[in-house]
Write a protein that binds this ligand. Structure first.
Ligand code: F6P
Length: 363
């Protein structure tokens, strides 16, 4: 029987733990099944380039150092949807057939896609169009992939955000300030609420819960009444203004990204709470760095299970982490579905129980 050939790619924003997942896939595929593994460079681009852009992995390329390495050695993209590919002249072209042709040219029999919910949707569509067997591995610091308690990258991002609060707290206390930390998360508040609870924030704002400036000011007044003249506020980048506008910036490359809600709040709160405010925007430091131990463990388990799924012919599935176990779910249950913070869930109730202001329940 001919040796099976599989491909693997990373798609969407990078995060810590991607290389650990690549390593696990290569180890399992080569050691256990004797397959050949081809790493496709820059997400879907590697199959659209001519010549194709890929590397064949062998075990010497996936040493233990991969566990400690942030980012993705394959490269990635978080724009350039092959169905709606931006051309230099400002127009868009459907390049999906080039991806499918590239897959055929490489002669692989299945594809492992490491991506978030958006990448899963696009890759799933591409694979269906081309009859390409695919399995998915969820990654994103936002932790918003459905049906998994953890996506690769979240744990490291949370550690970074938590450490940032630990580092801001002494300045808040020494200068009697309100320190505002803006964290990433796109449309969800998993990083914010987890880091805020872990770091002892007084106020945590997440996109899932509306807030009022008055509510924040009241909380800060309560803190003062309790004898503390400083406060910590964590805000998720995707939070809207009180009147419902999201704050975005056009980045080089022309795409809008969240950013600026921390400054907005600082400008409004300074007079309202009669305190000096300072804003820290954590940004991409949450994505890089040495992966946390949890991310390495989850990525390794995901990689091994993804290969086992291919071996078992259980395709069109995404691996997931549920109650301390690696499981798998249909990709259609995950693609483009966002897992938000549950306003009545454990984290939100814990925050409320600790007296943290997390906004108001929508009436
Ligand atoms: O989805 C991951 C993420 O880091 C978000 O938290 C953030 O809003 C976005 O990507 C930033 O994207 P970029 O790297 O394109 O600025």
């Amino acid at each position: 029987m001919a040796t099976k050939r599989i491909g693997i790619l990373t798609s969407g924003g990078d995060c810590a733990g991607l290389n650990a997942a690549l390593r696990a896939v290569v180890h399992r595929a080569i050691r256990n099944y004797g397959w050949r593994v081809f790493g496709i460079r820059d997400g879907s681009m590697g199959l659209m380039e001519r010549p194709l852009d890929f590397v064949e992995f062998d075990l010497s390329l996936v040493t233990g150092d991969m566990l400690r390495l942030g980012g993705t050695i394959l490269g990635t993209i978080n724009k350039g949807d092959p169905f709606h590919y931006p051309m230099p002249d400002g127009t868009f072209r459907d390049r999906s057939s080039e991806f499918v042709e590239g897959y055929r040219e490489l002669g692989i029999e299945a594809l492992v896609v490491i991506g978030g919910d958006g990448s899963m949707r696009i890759l799933n569509q591409l694979c269906r169009q081309g009859g390409i067997p695919m399995v998915g591995i969820p990654k994103t610091i936002d932790n918003d992939v459905a049906h998994t308690d953890y996506a690769i990258g979240f744990s490291t991002a949370l550690d970074v955000a938590g450490e940032a609060i630990d580092r801001l707290a002494p300045t808040a206390a020494s200068h009697h300030r309100v320190m505002i930390l803006e964290v990433m998360g796109r449309d969800v508040g998993h990083i914010a609420i987890n880091a805020g609870v872990a770091g002892g924030a007084d106020v945590i704002l997440i996109p899932e819960l509306p807030y009022t400036l008055e509510g924040i000011a009241n909380k800060i007044a309560d803190v003062r009444a309790e004898g503390r003249n400083h406060a910590l506020l964590v805000v998720a980048e995707g939070c809207r203004t009180e009147t419902g506008e999201s704050i975005t910036k056009i980045q080089s490359g022309g795409e809008a990204r969240y950013g600026g809600i921390g400054q907005y709040l600082a400008a409004r709160l300074t007079d309202l709470v009669d305190a000096e405010t300072r804003v820290t925007v954590l940004g991409h430091v949450q994505r890089g760095g040495v992966p946390s131990m949890r991310d390495r463990v989850i990525a390794s388990a995901f990689g091994v299970h993804a290969v086992d799924l291919i071996s078992a012919g259980r395709l069109g599935r995404v691996v997931a982490w549920q109650h301390g176990q690696v499981v798998d779910v249909p990709i259609t249950d995950v693609a483009n579905i966002t897992r938000a913070v549950d306003p009545f869930g454990t984290l939100a109730q814990t925050a409320r129980g600790l007296g943290i202001y997390i906004g108001e329940m929508a009436s």
